[in-house]
Design a protein around this ligand. Sequence first.
Ligand SMILES: Cc1cc2nc3c(=O)[nH]c(=O)nc-3n(C[C@H](O)[C@H](O)[C@H](O)COP(=O)(O)O)c2cc1C
Length: 341
Amino acid sequence: MKTLKTRFTDLTGVLFPIVQEGMGPFRTARLAAAVSSAGGLGTVSIPGMTSAPDVGARDMRAQIDEVMTLTSAVFAVNVPVGTTESGEMMPVSAAYVKAVLDARDSDPAIARQLRVLTTSAGFPGMFRDRIKESGIVHMHKVGSTRQALKAEAAGVDVVIASGYEMGGHTHASPVHTFVLIPNVTAKVRVPVLLSGGARDGRTLAAALAMGAEGVAMGTRFIATHENEWHPTYRQKIVDAREGDDTLFPSVYGPGRGLKNQGVEKLRELIDSGEMSAQALNEWKDKALIRAQSEGDIEDGLIAAGQVASAIDSIVHVAEFVPRMAEEACEILQALGQRVRG
Ligand SMILES: Cc1cc2nc3c(=O)[nH]c(=O)nc-3n(C[C@H](O)[C@H](O)[C@H](O)COP(=O)(O)O)c2cc1C
C-alpha cells in the first residue's frame, strides 16, 4: 500500500495526513472512531454551542469515552472557542476545553489516544499553559495569514488554514482556499493543514503541492455510512449542486450551509428584531442539531461547504481514507514523470 509521510503524520503518529475535522453541534463520535481506525485522524465535536457548561462537559466526556470503546487509534477533539460580549471565553467553551484536558489527566489510556486538541473561532488563551503542560498536540483553525501568524506566536503546534468555501462557521474576511493556503504556508514554520473544499486524492495532492502537510475535511465526511446523522442530511449533501450553498449569521460569525426554508426563517427572525442575541443563538444551535439528528432539512439549518456540489456518493470510511491517500500518491508520482531536464 502506498502512503504519504508528512510533518503532520510524524507529529501525530497517524498513517495518512487526512483529518475529519470537528462538526458540531450534535455528535461525531462514531465517525471519529471510524476515521481514526482507517488511518486518518477522527475528531469528536462539541455537543451544543449553547449548552449549560456542566451538561456540555458531561456530554463531551461521554463522546470521548465512546470513541475509546470503538478504536485503539489516535483521535482529536474540536472546541470552537466562543467569546462573551466582554471578550472572555464563553463558559461552555471553557468547560469543553477543560473536559478534554481532565479526560487525559484522568486516564493514561485516554492520554495516549486523545492526542490532539483542535480549537477554532477564538483562541483559548486562559488554557494556554495547561495545554502546553498536558503535551497534547494543539491545532488551531484560522482564515487568514494574520491569524495564522498569531496562532504560531501563541505556540500552537499545527495551523489549519481554512478557506472561505468551507462548511459550517467560515470567516469574516473571504479568502478562498487556493489563495489562503500558499499564503499561509509561505509565512509560518509549523505544519499547516489545508481545509475548505478538500474531497479526494486530487485535492490532497494539491494541498501538498501548496506546502500543506495534509487536509482537514468536514463536508466529505458527512456523506459516509459511519456518520450517525440522519440519512436525510447525508442524502442532501449528495444531491447538492453548485450554487446551492449560502451564508447565514451563525453563532460565532458567518456560517455556510445549504439554502432552505430554515435559513429564510432565520433571516426573518433577525429582521424582526424580536429575539435577544442569546435566544437567537439557542434557536440556531437547535436548528443545526435538529437537521443533524432528526433530518429536519426543511426548517433546520444544514451546515455544509461548497464542496457538497462535488460529492455524489455515500462512502465507507475504511475504504475511502486509504484510497484517498493512494490516489494522491499516484497523482504525485505521475506528475513527477512529467518533469523534464
Ligand atoms: C456540518 C458542519 C459542522 C461544522 N462544525 C464545526 C465545529 O463544530 N467546529 C469547527 O471548528 N468547525 C466546524 N465545521 C468546519 C469543519 O471543521 C471544517 O473546517 C470544514 O468543514 C472544512 O471545509 P469543507 O466542509 O469544505 O471540508 C463544521 C463544518 C460542517 C460542514
